[in-house]
Design a protein around this ligand. Structure first.
Ligand code: PLP
Length: 396
């Protein structure tokens, strides 16, 4: 059958593909040290699961209002005000089937053919493909390890043309873990206001910030900035709820109404049961989030210590999220474990999966040549064993 140009243009998610490759190897009985997927290895906290069970038993198993049940939209605006001191009306919230779906809604509501969307690289794998699905053109702006992988206000301003429709900002960032310094964020916000460019601020890792770093929501820099901001967030990362599929946006009312209209034709609403569970996540005790952060923090220290000890491996310290993103290009062209000689990060990951077997994701998937991503959202035994194998592989 003749497939559409749109679907032919996009690639499958590279992280999901890398995880599937590792899984296929595992199914043959091989022990694989797996670092591909960005999902917490913790179980969803008990009180959240209980709220879902209670919702089912109470018969909340039908369609809900398109943008979410009133209790959930209220819980989201309450949490945002509690965390960031910024008020939204519940009507400005649209709940969707995961933050990925929220991003799709934003792009479809705002962008189309002829529009440009600025994306700082390295970027989360799905950004450019979701822009292409909307028919718009991704404009990639490179950030570097030296600048902590953060876009500068000057770079942003230089990338703006009369076709620019949106900036996609991800703070803290997947894959680099970059947590933007507050002043830098504020400078970007000033440029957005000066040129009236809307900003999609993907804040899904906002709860995962490490000591020495801080977080400010992009919507918190004043009403003129808030009026241009669409905040994207969800429960996947902070509450270990990747499989529940819940994400949301906080946006100006006209954009929220447009996204609700879209969603009414796409999915009708997110899962009713997940919506009740999310109310429990947001309104319930938050110590589960701090407990998980404490554990991630220990793993991060360990991983960074091990990476520092690897000759010629470089990286920018991740201030948030649960990824280490490091440069292995010094090893290209050299003889590695099992006699492998590789010329780029994609070949590096394939050889490491064969020899380790350690599964990382190539930086090529995130628009960053020479880099690989290691997700430390996995247990310490896997982390220490996998890093032993990586070290041995680099030694050749
Ligand atoms: N945004 C970023 C930066 C992510 O890393 C992810 C997941 O990996 C998402 C959004 C989507 O999260 P979900 O669709 O699970 O809510």
């Amino acid at each position: 059958m003749q497939l559409s140009d749109t679907v032919n243009k996009i690639k499958p998610s590279a992280t999901i593909a890398a995880a599937a490759e590792a899984k296929a190897l595992k199914s043959t009985g091989v022990k694989v040290f797996e670092f591909t997927l960005g999902e917490p290895d913790f179980v969803t906290p008990k009180h959240i699961c209980e709220a879902a069970t209670a919702a089912m038993q109470a018969g909340h198993t039908h369609y809900t209002p398109v943008a979410g049940i009133p209790e959930l939209r209220q819980a989201i605006v309450d949490a945002f005000e509690r965390d960031h001191g910024v008020k939204y009306a519940p009507e400005q919230v649209v709940c969707s089937n995961g933050a990925k779906h929220s991003i799709h809604n934003v792009l479809t509501a705002l962008c189309g053919p002829g529009d440009e969307v600025i994306i700082p690289t390295p970027y989360w794998v799905s950004y450019s493909d979701l822009v292409e699905i909307a028919g718009a053109t991704p404009v990639l702006v490179d950030t570097t390890e030296d600048s902590g992988f953060c876009l500068s206000a000057e770079q942003f301003e230089a990338a703006i043309t009369d076709k620019t429709k949106l900036l996609m900002l991800n703070n803290p960032c997947n894959p680099t873990g970059a947590a933007y310094p507050i002043e830098q964020l504020e400078a970007i916000a000033k440029v957005a206001v000066k040129h009236q460019i809307p900003v999609l601020s993907d804040e899904i890792y906002e709860k995962l910030i490490y000591e020495g770093y801080s977080f400010r929501s992009f919507a918190s820099f004043g009403d003129d900035v808030k009026d241009l901001t669409i905040v994207v967030n969800g429960v996947s990362k902070a509450y270990a709820m990747t499989g529940w599929r819940m994400g949301w946006t906080l946006a100006p009312l006209d954009v929220s109404k447009a996204m609700s209209k879209l969603q009414s034709q796409e999915t009708s609403c997110p899962s009713s049961i997940t919506q009740y569970a999310t109310v429990a996540a947001l309104n319930g005790p938050q110590d589960c989030v701090t407990d998980m952060l404490r554990e991630f923090s220990k793993r991060r220290e360990y991983v960074l210590g091990r990476l520092r000890a690897l000759p010629d491996v470089t990286f920018a310290e991740p201030g948030g999220a649960f990824y280490a993103f490091f440069n292995v290009s010094a090893y290209f062209g050299k003889t590695l474990g099992g006699g492998a000689v590789v010329n780029n990060a994609t070949e590096f990951c394939s050889a490491l999966l064969k020899e380790g077997p350690v599964a990382l994701v190539t930086g090529d998937a995130f628009g960053a040549e020479g880099y690989v991503r290691l997700s430390f959202a996995t247990n310490m035994e896997t982390i220490s064993g996998g890093l032993d194998r990586l070290e041995a592989f680099l030694k050749g």
